[in-house]
Design a protein around this ligand. Structure first.
Ligand SMILES: C[S@@+](CC[C@H](N)C(=O)[O-])C[C@H]1O[C@@H](n2cnc3c(N)ncnc32)[C@H](O)[C@@H]1O
Length: 239
């Protein structure tokens, strides 16, 4: 499987009309918005392009076996068998249950070699969400989406969540999972300043600020030993 390369052209410039909605420049949040998050929250120690950081593949796992089993259990509970799924910020490993078939699993991430090695992906695209939060997919394309151990690297998570609400069919779940590990130089300042409970509240705030989500749940699925595992799950609200 070959991955679709990054879209050409400068970020935030709408390209020619295609099957997807033209990219809109992302707007800074209005300070009067009830879920306003100040721009300083999204700064990072390393502001160099993410393409540089992720140029070399990392064939490692980012969570221990117990935490990954908890992620797989969540996917089993929330994602419909036979559905079309989007694995956002994907790598070479899949946490989908091995015994459940899916019609389609699209992966989006930063490293083509990692994505090509992922055994569950049926298609993949290299796409920098911090350059282009607009997703290269059509409205209502997916029955579920996942972000595992990665939400802390997004500098425009609200814009990305708004896009996810667009590409998921109404009622479809987004499962965001995380633990207490990260690449500190690439994680946003707000993440570094908060503990586990604060991370749950922050991700919930991303959903609320994005709008278009219902039934947002905050879950602690930490195994008895090893890495803790938390999740925020929302359902696309259909506009
Ligand atoms: C800690 S890894 C987690 C990978 C995978 N989700 C997993 O559970 O193994 C972080 C992932 O975020 C992706 N990522 C980081 N910055 C990104 C960006 N700006 N746009 C898209 N993906 C990004 C990387 O490609 C990498 O695969």
């Amino acid at each position: 499987m070959e991955c679709t390369p990054p879209a050409p052209g400068p970020a935030h410039n709408p390209g020619p009309p295609g099957p997807f909605r033209a990219e809109q420049p992302s707007r800074p949040m209005n300070p009067d918005h009830p879920f306003f998050i100040p721009p300083e929250a999204f700064r990072r120690q390393d502001e160099t392009p993410d393409a540089r950081f992720y140029r070399a593949p990392r064939f490692v796992t980012h969570l221990d076996a117990g935490a990954l089993a908890a992620v797989t259990q969540l996917y089993r509970e929330y994602f419909p068998a036979g559905g079309a799924l989007l694995d956002l910020m994907s790598s070479w490993v899949s946490h989908l249950p091995a015994d459940v078939p899916y019609r389609r699993v699209a992966g989006l991430g930063m490293n083509a070699a990692e994505l090509r090695a992922n055994p569950r992906l049926t298609a993949c695209v290299v796409h920098d969400l911090n350059q282009r939060p607009a997703l290269p997919f059509a409205d209502d394309e997916f029955d579920g989406a996942a972000i595992c151990a990665s939400i802390d690297y997004l500098t425009q998570p609200v814009a990305v969540l708004r896009e996810l609400a667009r590409v998921l069919r109404p009622g479809a779940p987004l499962v965001v999972t995380f633990s207490n590990r990260c690449f500190p130089s690439k994680a946003i300042a707000a993440w570094q300043a908060l503990d586990d409970r604060g991370h749950l509240a922050l991700v919930q705030r991303f959903f609320l600020a994005a709008g278009g989500w219902t039934a947002v749940e905050l879950l602690d699925r930490s195994p008895r030993v090893g890495d803790p595992l938390f999740a925020v799950v929302g359902r696309a609200g259909g506009g």
